[in-house]
Design a protein around this ligand. Structure first.
Ligand SMILES: *Cc1c(COP(=O)(O)O)cnc(C)c1O
Length: 392
């Protein structure tokens, strides 16, 4: 079969039509499947064919369409769809590690990822080493001959630090370790993880794939032997599967993913340019803007960026809250990658419980605001930010 581009895959990838020949993908809201005979049931439990299903926790035609489509977009052989981004992270990490293993991870992680590494894996005897992901020498010092797995967020949340993925992948593979990338920030549209050799790419599809703030979901993308081997076994037996309604919503949302993300990323670059030298800001962070400390490596990896940027408002928490409360188009929320522009104050919300020294290490100051740029008119978004900064 000819290899399609991402946009074609996003519309046609994975399609399975029923006997009715429906044009749009069908939503199969069924927990289990019926067999024409006892012999057929027995045969399916011995071995299920590619279009044969047993129970929705194991697989479902709608879930399968979504898995095939997101795998085609990411460029991997297969994918397993999960109930949330965290079900996907947990599935990938728990399926591939055991007591005595060593795992190296970047320190700037989504809080729940850190919980799985330190509290869950740690409790089961997996040794974790956390490093500054932007420091190539720190990775070199941390990865050992017995390192089983490397985990990282390709671009960190909320400070948008960029990891030199080719360097980390080479180092990990030289030591026989697998690389698992949490790829929420680069988005499936600008993903470079698979191209640069990551073994598994994990998405919170809650973010750009849904893109409209409705559904939790996740996906683990990778080679078939891992996905249909240890990953499927772990996720299907522990209840991490996506539900068919969420899978169907994601499947339809993938059709417009490229258009939405490109429009949002374009607007985000415009915002970055408008705010880069703003007198009320101590800094503005967007990997594709020349002011970013890892701009060169960011551009090597992806010429266009994601839909999130970070700013640091001068004047501490009070000025920052005046700015947030003056916003008219932006919604104050903790989510990102929505059609609606969203402003988040990590220090008092998503990262509130981190001890102060860790906030300092990660750069989560009282003035830091994460801006997720939506689908509104870019001029309106920029005016809103400017008038709110005036009020700060
Ligand atoms: C949101 C997010 C997750 C968790 O995804 P859920 O769908 O909320 O479970 C994991 N990692 C990163 C980087 C995220 O942004």
């Amino acid at each position: 079969m000819t290899k399609w581009g991402k946009r074609t895959e996003a519309v046609h990838g994975g399609i399975r039509r029923s006997q009715y020949g429906e044009l749009s993908e069908a939503m199969f809201m069924t927990q289990a499947f019926a067999y024409p005979s006892a012999e057929a049931a027995e045969a399916r439990f011995i071995e299920s064919g590619p279009d044969e299903f047993i129970y929705a926790r194991y697989g479902n035609p709608t879930n399968r369409m979504f898995e095939d489509r997101i795998a085609a977009i990411e460029g991997t052989e297969d994918a397993f769809a999960c109930a949330s981004g965290m079900a996907a992270v947990n599935g990938a990490l728990m399926a591939l590690t055991q007591a005595g293993d060593h795992v190296v991870s970047s320190r700037a992680l989504f809080g729940s990822c850190l919980y799985i590494l330190e509290d869950v894996l740690g409790r089961f005897g997996v040794e974790i080493t956390l490093v500054d992901g932007t420091d190539n020498a720190a990775w070199e010092a941390a990865i050992r001959p017995d390192t089983k797995l490397v985990f990282l967020e390709a671009i960190s949340n909320p400070t948008l630090e960029v990891i030199d993925l080719a360097h980390v992948v080479k180092l990990a593979h030289d030591h026989g370790a697998l690389v698992v990338v949490d790829n929420a920030m680069p988005t499936p549209v600008y993903s470079y993880a698979t191209r640069l050799g990551a073994d598994l790419v994990v998405y919170s599809t809650t973010k750009h794939v849904d893109g409209q703030g409705r559904m939790l979901g996740g996906a683990i993308c990778g080679p078939r032997d891992l996905i249909r081997g240890p990953i499927e076994a772990y996720v299907k037996h522990t209840g991490g599967a996506i539900n068919p309604f969420a899978a169907w919503t994601h499947l339809k949302a993938l059709e417009t993913l490229d258009l939405r993300v490109r429009a949002q990323a374009g607007a985000t670059m415009q915002v970055a340019e408008a705010l880069a030298d703003h007198p009320k800001l101590l800094r503005m962070s967007y990997p594709q803007h020349p002011s970013h400390p890892q701009h060169a490596v960011a551009m090597q990896q992806a010429p266009s960026g994601g839909t999130v940027l970070a700013i640091e408002v001068a004047g501490g928490k009070e000025a920052c809250f005046r700015f947030l409360n003056a916003l008219q188009i932006f919604t104050i929320s903790n989510n990102f990658a929505d059609a609606k522009s969203i402003a988040t104050h990590p220090a008092t919300t998503t990262h509130q419980r981190l001890p102060q020294d860790q906030k300092d290490t990660l750069g989560i100051s009282d003035g830091l605001v994460r801006l997720s740029i939506g689908l509104e008119d870019p001029d309106d978004i920029i005016s809103d930010l400017k008038q709110a900064l005036d009020a700060a």
